[in-house]
Design a protein around this ligand. Structure first.
Ligand SMILES: [Zn+2]
Length: 149
């Protein structure tokens, strides 16, 4: 990756404790561009796109919010719950605006596997094709998302 001041600022924002307590890259040793390129390739392979994923995550968030913190069925084979957390955080890529911190957790009934995301996570997928680093709390695996769609 070409080092430039703008990119350095983004990488600084992604460190633990700057915008989010745990940061956005986890223990992923790959650089940001490589992470994004790899997931972009995964989406192509799975024949799904970012907007489609973002819309689905919003739909599930809205259904989950009705459960007021309890797991509710959001679609065949899937439960989800939303934990409202006060406050808003900015995008690490430096966009204007702030995003909600409500945490949505989706659980696949058959396996108990879970994935979690926030409003910022939806934005990162939609606008940046960024699904976060491996080992983060809010990493979204394209493969698991494809199963949801
Ligand atoms: Zn952004």
């Amino acid at each position: 990756m070409k080092e430039n001041p703008a990119m350095q600022k983004i990488l600084d924002n992604m460190k633990p404790g700057v915008i989010s307590l745990h940061g956005f890259l986890g223990d992923d040793k790959r650089d940001l561009e490589t992470i994004i390129d790899h997931d972009t390739g995964e989406l192509e392979r799975l024949k799904i796109d970012r907007e489609q994923i973002a819309l689905k995550l919003e739909e599930i968030r809205d259904l989950a919010l009705k459960g007021l913190g309890n797991f509710v069925t959001v679609q065949e084979g899937y439960l989800a719950k939303a934990d409202s957390i006060r406050g808003k955080i900015p995008c690490p890529f430096g966009h204007k605006g702030v995003y909600g911190k409500t945490v949505v957790t989706i659980q696949k009934k058959s396996t108990g596997e879970e994935m979690s995301y926030t409003d910022l996570g939806i934005h990162l997928v939609r606008e940046h094709g960024f699904f976060q680093g491996k080992g983060t709390l809010f990493r979204l695996e394209p493969e698991a998302l494809a199963e949801l769609l």
